[in-house]
Design a protein around this ligand. Structure first.
Ligand code: KMH
Ligand code: ZN
Length: 274
């Protein structure tokens, strides 16, 4: 089995310091969290950025500042900036990080309920995002919150409207209003993607580690981090993203799966070596 790629979603757009004081807002805090995850074994950092007061932003300048600062201390880490941003942002706002020289970015694969809100990703929006990523040579990570999102993105890929093979999917399971975080749903999704694709699972909240374990055994990859879950175990807040990554590393070791470094992760994902 190929080595395990661990992604750390260090920041997100919804969680705040009220939820966990270690949630990063400033550039220094974002760098601290990226480095803790990288040092613990994450090959990928999924990146959202904030203003200093915690407000989510898709500002190109803020992304550049954070990316440059992260790469100073984690020089080979793979960064996946978000084009999802926060619910309610316009498509133009969300696309800003794709104007930077980045290897990968998220591409959200359909509209869905998102707790009390609606996360809007219409087919025309997805076509625009797919086109931008093809033009700028950015490999998408296809974020699927719903089973039907797989059909939507495969429809666009078949028509040459979004980047094709080798495709990387992230199955985000357990968002309120979307596909629930069960092993059965994970198996269904892993079986539904084209041969030769890679996939990662993101279990939301208490499902983070419960879905990491089957993904490790199935040959998938794992995402953890404050964006998705703030707790190391029931009632115990994680002190850093690194603690969450270290727990996945421990589970993988117990299950006999080795951890991919960024060079190995680039090979697995079909990215150019740096
Ligand atoms: N913040 C969520 C509304 C992504 O990064 O592409 C969307 C999100 C997905 O986090
Ligand atoms: Zn995100």
């Amino acid at each position: 089995m190929e080595k395990l790629i661990i992604t750390a979603a260090i920041c997100g757009a919804e969680v705040t310091k009220e939820h966990n004081p270690a949630v990063p807002y400033t550039v220094d805090e974002i760098v601290r969290e990226a480095k803790s995850a990288y040092d613990a074994g994450a090959a990928i950092v999924h990146l959202h950025v904030r203003e200093d007061d915690g407000t989510p932003t898709q500002s190109k300048a803020r992304f550049k500042e954070c990316i440059d600062a992260i790469l100073k201390v984690c020089p080979d880490v793979i960064l996946i900036p978000s084009t999802g941003g926060a619910v309610g942002m316009t498509a133009e706002e969300r696309l800003q990080p794709t104007e930077l020289p980045i290897e990968m970015a998220t591409l959200d694969c359909g509209t869905c309920n998102f707790g009390d809100e609606v996360f809007e990703n219409t087919m025309p929006l997805m076509r625009d995002f797919g086109k931008r990523m093809m033009e700028n040579n950015i490999k998408p990570e296809y974020e699927c919150f719903e089973m039907g999102h797989l059909d939507s993105i495969l429809h666009l890929v078949k028509r040459g409207q979004a980047p094709g093979a080798p495709m990387q999917f992230n199955f985000v399971l357990g968002v309120l209003g979307c596909t629930s975080a069960t092993v059965g749903n994970l198996v269904w999704m892993a079986n539904a993607i084209p041969a030769g694709s890679t996939w990662t699972v993101t279990g939301i909240g208490r499902h983070e580690f419960a879905l990491a374990a089957p993904a490790i055994v199935m040959g998938g990859h794992v995402r953890v981090g404050f964006e998705d879950n703030l707790y190391l175990e029931k009632g115990v807040l994680a002190k850093s993203n690194g603690e969450l990554v270290a727990k996945v590393v421990r589970i993988a070791k117990e299950l006999g799966r080795e951890i991919a470094n960024p060079t190995e992760a680039r090979q697995i994902l079909g990215l150019k070596a740096i």
